[in-house]
Ligand binder design. Structure first.
Ligand code: OMP
Length: 243
């Protein structure tokens, strides 16, 4: 996955909208988008129905439910989610070694039982909305932020996960250290013309791809734009400079 694809196909658009109707309106408004992310807001609202809508349009799906619980519970959640036949699925690295291993096995089992391809299971290293200051003062983590993100990525790799979600600011370091086929998925991506909002560790789409990201996750710069098609076009054009 990732590097062999055209730059535009490496953008996953976050469908962070409240209901099925708004989601379908956006999917149909942006037919060039081949990869969509369904996250907590939309999945809580619609349940798996939205996944069927995306599949009927031959879209790839990142089901981002960020599981974080005890091993037995995350394993059950991954087993259930894998049955939907999605492409990517998330868990927090902070769930810990036992939970990450159990989740990996359960995702394989769930997919095999349903007769679908298993999802690539990827771990959140550190949310892109957390700054170095918050990591130290609020979360009381005594490591430098890049070192913490790397430790979480190495833990995920050791536990057999397919990759991680990381900020574009850490992706170059992770690309150097992790195995070549380890997926690096970067949210917190902001073109120069977009608001940062709650994202703390961003880079532009071109910078993130150059730094080694396999996929970019972009939401509001496209979905909250007055003209989402234009925002998508500008991002695609920016990415042709690094293709
Ligand atoms: O797992 C994610 O996708 C994720 C992890 C993370 O660390 N930061 C992060 O922003 N995300 C998601 O990526 C998307 C970013 O959206 P925008 O900030 O609107 O571009 C949202 O759907 C977030 O849930």
């Amino acid at each position: 996955m990732g590097n062999g694809e055209q730059a535009e196909q490496r953008v996953i658009v976050a469908l962070d909208v409240p209901d099925e109707q708004s989601a379908i309106a956006l999917i149909d408004q942006l037919p060039q988008v081949s990869f969509w992310k369904v996250g907590l807001e939309l999945f809580t609202s619609t349940g798996p129905k939205i996944l069927e809508e995306l599949k009927s349009r031959q879209k790839r799906i990142f089901l981002d439910l960020k599981f974080d619980d005890i091993p037995n519970t995350v394993a059950g959640a991954c087993r259930s989610a894998a049955r939907y036949g999605v492409d990517l699925l998330t868990i927090h690295a902070t769930a810990g070694r036992d939970a990450l291993k159990a989740a990996t096995e359960a995702a394989q089992e769930g997919a095999a039982k349903a007769g679908v391809q298993p999802p690539k299971l990827i771990a959140i290293t550190l949310l892109t909305s957390i700054s170095a200051r918050q990591l130290a003062f609020d979360l009381k983590i005594p490591l430098e932020l890049p070192e913490y993100a790397l430790e979480m990525a190495l833990l995920a790799q050791e536990c057999g996960l397919d990759g991680v979600v990381c900020s574009p600011q850490e992706v170059a370091q992770l690309r150097q250290t992790c195995e070549n086929d380890f997926l690096l998925v970067c949210p917190g991506v902001r073109p120069t013309w977009a608001d940062k909002g709650d994202q703390k560790r961003s880079l532009t789409p071109a910078q993130a791809i150059k730094a080694g990201a396999d996929y970019l996750v972009i939401g509001r710069p496209i979905t909250a734009a007055i003209e989402p098609e234009l925002a998508w076009k500008r991002i695609s054009e920016e990415l042709t400079t690094v293709a």
